[in-house]
Design a protein around this ligand. Structure first.
Ligand SMILES: O=C(O)CCC(=O)C(=O)O
Ligand SMILES: [Fe+2]
Length: 374
């Protein structure tokens, strides 16, 4: 929970040369207040709140409570269900998330584990306010408080993704990178990382600004037994230190101390039982038992496999008032910042993210000795 303990710094300085993470944009707060937005209450705020480290907690995945796999409480006959790709990604129309009973929310969790990414266009939950949105997500797990980046005053579990159409930051970002895509699994450094994640579109460009997802279990299945046998027992350190260090160095807001957590590289999904690659382009510092160049070799190969395998990916196009819910255990994702080009007219994009923290990642070999390779 929030506490009133030390405030390290305030919002980012104007001379900040480049954002550490394209998903955590540098924002000129003074200018922001003048930006026209449909949802001013959701403009990012940088309130000086301090959070203590996440403590272990009991977690039962809501999908495990579902007995009737046809999901009658989620999908009445009037619901229109269409798949975006054969193996992942589904659009559900004529269902309002705000009206779901607890049994309907359990069934939603099951649908998300089955389809990995589910989009619900035209949701009245988008306009129901932050309390209703937070309370909806509480069903799926514990809230997360982001250590850096813009949030909402009095609602620190919100992570706000907002671009006002200004290209300057992207131009700076692309001075050092060749693409705006940054593949990641959300908050993988926490001891109990997110299971379910909600993204809610407040405002977006007519064309562009899609979000792309890759299935980490399907990608795992493509690997040969010789490779999966090697990967199955590996442990990896995920760290928020670089992100937080960068924020501190540049005078940005910091709300938590850095966390380093050892996770299995391959985790077993608690609902589907599938093995998922648990990997991140942003937060991994080492694979235990491997040398630096070997770690880089393994991570480069696996990330390349994930991001180039379009046959186990889905790209979600945002329609107005869409809520996307995805399984952060069986997917890796990236925003696509392609809508700021002059030729197409710069556009604003405004999304909120709410996270439900889930189980401690389940290793393939339960009886492994902790930190055997340290
Ligand atoms: O903006 C998006 O589409 C995704 C943002 C995201 O991945 C994040 O904030 O963690
Ligand atoms: Fe993300």
């Amino acid at each position: 929970m929030p506490s009133s303990a030390p405030v390290r710094s305030k919002h980012p300085k104007k001379e900040e040369p480049i954002s550490y993470d394209i998903n955590i944009p540098y924002v000129d707060v003074d200018k922001q207040s003048k930006v026209s937005t449909k949802y001013p209450q959701y403009l990012p705020s940088w309130d000086p709140i301090w959070f203590d480290p996440l403590q272990p907690f009991e977690y039962e995945d809501p999908a495990l409570r579902v007995r009737n796999k046809s999901k009658p409480n989620l999908l009445p006959p009037s619901a229109k269900v269409s798949h975006i790709q054969p193996s992942l990604g589904t659009i559900v129309e004529n269902v309002q998330l705000s009206s779901l009973s607890p049994a309907g929310r359990d069934e939603l969790a099951l649908l998300i584990t089955e389809r990995k990414v589910v989009a619900f266009p035209d949701q009245d939950l988008i306009d129901a306010g932050p309390d209703a949105q937070e309370s909806f997500m509480r069903h799926f797990g514990k809230p997360n408080y982001q250590p850096v980046s813009g949030s909402m005053t009095d609602h620190p579990a919100f992570h706000i993704i907002h671009r006002d159409g200004n290209r300057d930051e992207i131009t700076r970002f692309l001075q050092q990178r060749t693409t705006t895509t940054l593949w990641h699994q959300d908050v993988s450094y926490e001891i109990q990382p997110p299971g379910y994640v909600m993204l809610g579109l407040l405002q977006g460009p007519e064309v562009g600004g899609d979000t792309v997802f890759a299935a980490t279990d399907l990608a795992y299945k493509r690997l040969s037994p010789a490779v999966t046998t090697f990967l199955d027992g590996l442990k990896v350190t995920h760290s928020s230190a670089k992100m937080i260090g960068h924020a501190r160095l540049t005078g940005g807001l910091v709300r938590k101390d850095p966390v380093d957590t050892v996770h299995p590289l391959i985790r077993v999904h608690p609902v589907t039982g599938e093995k998922c690659m648990f990997l991140n382009g942003e937060f991994i510092t080492r694979i235990h038992g491997l040398k630096d160049s070997e770690t880089k070799w393994v991570l480069d190969f696996l990330m390349n496999h994930l991001v180039t395998g379009h046959d186990f990916q889905v790209r979600v196009r945002w329609q107005p008032r869409t809520i996307v819910m995805f399984d952060n255990r069986s997917t890796i994702h990236s925003a696509i910042v392609d809508y700021l080009d002059d030729d197409y007219g710069a556009k604003a994009r405004h999304i909120f993210r709410l996270i439900a923290l889930g189980e401690k990642p389940i290793p393939v070999y339960e009886d492994e000795v902790e930190d055997e390779f340290e």
